[in-house]
Design a protein around this ligand. Structure first.
Ligand SMILES: [Zn+2]
Ligand SMILES: [Zn+2]
Length: 120
């Protein structure tokens, strides 16, 4: 059902620094804030427009992050019915995370049984 993933709920847990998304197929994704920030799909973070809207970089999944304003989630704004825009406490607010991108970013063992260099 690629492309048909739609969240039924999106919850930010600021204490745990995690964002939880429950999907319409029943799957639950828990994203540490640093993962979302590291995977920010905006042109600035992806190094130009060619990098936009590509698959999440598999190297992101093993990352850990020190607490900083850059990975403190300030606000989430719905973008149409296809994406969310995340604003961070350091003022960065350019990332538009569409549902497919978020689903591919899901760091759970089921979605990423082993982190490999490219796709499957
Ligand atoms: Zn960005
Ligand atoms: Zn998953």
């Amino acid at each position: 059902m690629a492309g048909l993933w739609i969240p039924t709920s999106i919850t930010a847990h600021r204490q745990a620094r995690e964002l939880t998304i429950v999907w319409n197929d029943g799957h639950t994704s828990v994203y540490p804030f640093f993962l979302l920030r590291s995977a920010c799909p905006c042109a600035e973070c992806r190094g130009g427009h060619e990098g936009m809207n590509t698959e999440p970089d598999p190297r992101l999944f093993g990352l850990n992050g020190e607490d900083s304003p850059a990975i403190r989630l300030k606000n989430i704004v719905a973008v149409g019915n296809y994406a969310i825009n995340i604003e961070w406490e350091d003022g960065h607010h350019y990332g538009i995370y569409n549902w497919t991108y978020l689903r591919k970013l899901c760091p759970c063992p089921q979605c990423h049984p082993s982190v490999r260099n490219h796709g499957d």
